[in-house]
Design a protein around this ligand. Sequence first.
Ligand SMILES: Cc1cc2nc3c(=O)[nH]c(=O)nc-3n(C[C@H](O)[C@H](O)[C@H](O)COP(=O)(O)OP(=O)(O)OC[C@H]3O[C@@H](n4cnc5c(N)ncnc54)[C@H](O)[C@@H]3O)c2cc1C
Ligand code: SF4
Length: 351
Amino acid sequence: MMRLPKFDYRVPREIAEAVKIMAGSGPEGQFVAGGTDLYPNMKRRQQTPRTVISVMRVPELNKVTGDGKSGIRIGASVTLTDIVEHPLINRDYPVVAHAARTISTPILRNMGTIGGNLLLDTRCNYYDQNYEWRKGINFCLKKDGDVCWVAPGSSKCWAVQSSDLVPVMVAIGAKFRLASTLGERMIDAAGFYNDDGIDYLKKRPDELLVDIHLPPLNGWRASYQKLRRRGAFDFPVLGVAAWIQVDDTNIRTGGGPGSPRGLPAWGGGSDLIKNARIVLGGIAPSPLNIAEAGQALIGHPLDNDHIQAAAEAAYVKARPLDNTDFVMNWRKQMTRQYTLRALRELATPNS
Ligand SMILES: Cc1cc2nc3c(=O)[nH]c(=O)nc-3n(C[C@H](O)[C@H](O)[C@H](O)COP(=O)(O)OP(=O)(O)OC[C@H]3O[C@@H](n4cnc5c(N)ncnc54)[C@H](O)[C@@H]3O)c2cc1C
Ligand code: SF4
């Protein structure tokens, strides 16, 4: 049986207290929320903090405020179950509720949080193993070793960003609020992830993720499609988040029954797309915004020809590696199919 190493456990009740404890703990400190990622990592000795600081009892991190018109703020410690079941998130940001629903299992979603998901460690077949297994291959660059077994000539780690919510947050243009004893700062989800499996976040270890700001709904819609081996639960080995914003001089007005959010109704394939993003997760150390796929849609209606062009652009740029489940060439092929699915979902009026 794998056991946790010994550690001090602290439970602050305020942001100021949490960041102060972290500052005092130095590199030996680490925040924990639901622990569904951190504790297994600690059992495998991938991360061995001496002080573990829970963020679950800080009231400001447990709130959801706002609505689709003003934008929503979701506290970092809100559980995935609460996101899946939240009426306002379901009504105004169904893509966020949907992506959260695809994460792990109901029991893990009761513990796991949105913050922990957005800060999830990167994954690799040579890393997500117990200590003895990793010792058997003399470890690897990401922890305790000096070779990358996926790309032995590489000085970089290619472990994969494997969160379902990350590509969605990048696609919809979310922002994250971080706090430390030095103050607060906001950072765009799009600029938050590094293309490096070891140093995968633009967050200092002493910074606390406070909340996630979802942008107001101003003519945009988004969808998420996930490839995994088992439908019941599994990490994504490809995730496609599609986001489009229609030209609002062109969208039908009125809301009502045609618009479950009470916002302008979507006119389906006839509206011209003003802006678009296709973001891939699960195939590289960071989420990938495929600019060519977005460009293939801008200025056009969301019809079959333009959907096909965007899917082709996503396929061309996708370069999965051989360090997660499924054969990498097949995962590349699937990029086309899953982008088609994500965009076809958006082309269906009021889906
Ligand atoms: C069997 C299994 C299946 C899974 N399947 C999926 C899946 O399909 N998709 C998926 O995306 N994930 C999956 N996960 C991973 C995990 O359960 C989720 O990503 C979950 O949302 C992590 O949240 P948490 O609160 O448990 O994170 P924690 O383990 O508490 O924390 C994760 C990381 O975030 C840091 N952290 C947490 N909160 C903060 C904060 N507020 N400020 C600063 N740092 C913080 C921690 O220090 C740690 O580094 C799975 C896990 C398991 C065990
Ligand atoms: S990509 Fe290479 S360095 Fe990174 S975890 Fe995998 S084997 Fe280790």
